[in-house]
Write a protein that binds this ligand. Structure first.
Ligand code: PMP
Length: 456
């Protein structure tokens, strides 16, 4: 779009690096999320709540590596834990079991009501994928249900109806399953049932219709980190999945430690069968984890249990355990960073202060936009939120179609000039390193952005 551009000369180094990168790296980026128009900004260093780009501009960072950096960049306690881990063990990784694996596992069992046992992975994607594979093994069924607009990582089962367009998404009561990308085999699409978020009656109807084929339902309890499941909806989903012998998977990759130390399941008081974690858990290093009931987790190979598990129609023997591996699973340096992060969050009052800061910013922004008579409200939970350019409440992905996306993009572009880093259109995450001064500056930057956009 024509309105998307940087001020003349302001991002010269970034532009040049991007041009070079495109020669060696498809699209110049190593993940689709890093790309935006007119070109992504290359960073040079960071500290606390700040990022500094290769052209020397400083930003207050609200992207925080898609929420992973809840302590901010380079927190001393996390960095020290990593250095100590390297110094004390003399290595980066053992490739064998080690004590931190159980220290962190115990911590997750204490914090998450739905977790009795844990396996580690290297990303959130691998955790949700393992969850789905376990659910299939456990139930002997194939299909999975996912909600429209929910993201669970880039693999075919769940890369369905993540960003559907207005024109082809079908009825709101029974959304059409849409592949977002090529590289699907046609039959794969039939294995995923798309469900309408926050519509309990339609969801129940669909689950009853396909119950005999459905292994699992996977859900982001707070979609995108900002659209909350309604209490009745998520309680109802728990009841119906239990009744129909469908495994309920909470994808808490975004919400874990961000909406509550014990995730969204602790906020709602609803216990899933399996929980996928990632992001914050690694303290800024790559991680994922899957936790769940002992009965289900014991399907991860190897296990020396000789029980025969039975569930629904099927009966599974120990020989039916699920293959699970990964060269770097339970990486000691990553677990040390994760444990240090959780320790910081567990200190008295830390989460409360983080949430209060977030609410303070949300309220100040809402007040500001009201002054300029621009319909905008925030929605979110705990330390994550988004700005919604509409008067209407947002209950699901389709409600976002009715918001003023164009205005949002213009404001976000202007914010980049003002030194506020948010990938255009993305949600805001807060860290314990953000200060009152950051918040004040952010509100001021929004005011400048509004004035600029209104006058253009
Ligand atoms: N699930 C959710 C809810 C996520 O937000 C993400 C990452 N944005 C993932 C899964 C995938 O995690 P990763 O990028 O670590 O593979």
């Amino acid at each position: 779009p024509s309105h998307i551009s940087y001020a003349q000369g302001s991002k010269v180094q970034s532009f040049q690096l991007f041009q070079q990168a495109k020669e060696w790296i498809p699209g110049g980026v190593t993940a689709n999320i890093k790309h935006f128009s007119p070109h992504p900004i290359f960073m040079k260093c960071a500290k606390g709540s700040k990022l500094i780009d290769v052209d020397g501009q400083e930003y207050i960072d609200y992207l925080l590596c898609y929420g992973a950096l809840i302590t901010g960049h380079g927190h001393q306690a996390v960095t020290n834990a990593v250095k100590e881990q390297l110094d004390q063990t003399g290595t980066t990784v053992f490739g064998t079991p080690h004590e931190l694996e159980l220290t962190l596992a115990k911590k997750l069992v204490d914090l998450y009501p739905g977790i009795d046992m844990v396996r580690y992975t290297n990303s959130g994607l691998e955790a949700t994928l393992l969850a789905i594979r376990l659910a299939r093994a456990y139930t002997g069924k194939d299909k999975i249900g996912k909600f429209e607009g929910h993201y669970h990582g880039g693999f075919n089962h769940v890369l369905v109806s993540v960003n559907p367009e207005l024109d082809d998404a079908g009825s709101k009561y029974e959304p059409i399953a849409l592949q977002n990308r090529v590289a699907f085999q046609k039959h794969e699409l039939k294995q995923t049932l798309v469900l309408p978020f926050n519509d309990l009656q339609s969801t129940k109807n669909l689950l009853r219709k396909y119950a005999s084929e459905l292994a699992a339902v996977i859900i982001e309890p707070v979609q995108g980190g900002f659209i909350r499941a309604e209490q009745e909806f998520i309680e109802g989903l728990r009841e119906i999945t239990e009744e129909l012998n469908i495994v309920l998977i909470f994808d808490e990759v975004k919400t874990g430690f961000r909406v509550h130390l014990g995730g969204a399941q602790s906020v709602y008081g609803v216990k899933p069968d399996l929980t996928a974690l990632g992001k914050v858990l690694g303290g800024g290093y790559p991680i994922g984890a899957l936790g769940g009931s002992k009965e289900m987790m014991m399907l991860c190979a190897p296990t020396d249990e000789s029980d025969v598990f039975s569930f629904g129609q099927s009966s599974r023997k120990k020989t039916d355990v699920v293959f699970h591996s990964g060269t770097y699973n339970g990486h000691p340096v990553v677990l040390a960073a994760g444990l240090a992060t959780i320790s910081l969050l567990e200190e008295n009052g830390v989460m409360e202060v983080l949430f209060a800061k977030t609410n303070h910013l949300r309220t100040a922004l809402e007040k500001l936009y009201t002054t300029y008579q621009i319909p905008m409200h925030t929605c979110g939970m705990g330390s994550i939120f988004n700005l919604i350019f509409s008067k209407n409440p947002i209950r699901n992905y389709r409600d976002l179609w009715g918001t003023n996306h164009d205005l949002r993009m213009k404001i976000d572009m202007e914010l980049l000039h003002q030194g506020i880093y948010i990938k255009p259109g993305n949600r805001y995450s807060m860290s314990i390193s953000h200060t009152q001064q950051d918040i004040d500056k952010t509100v001021e930057a929004h005011e400048k952005a509004i004035k600029k956009v209104l006058s253009s």
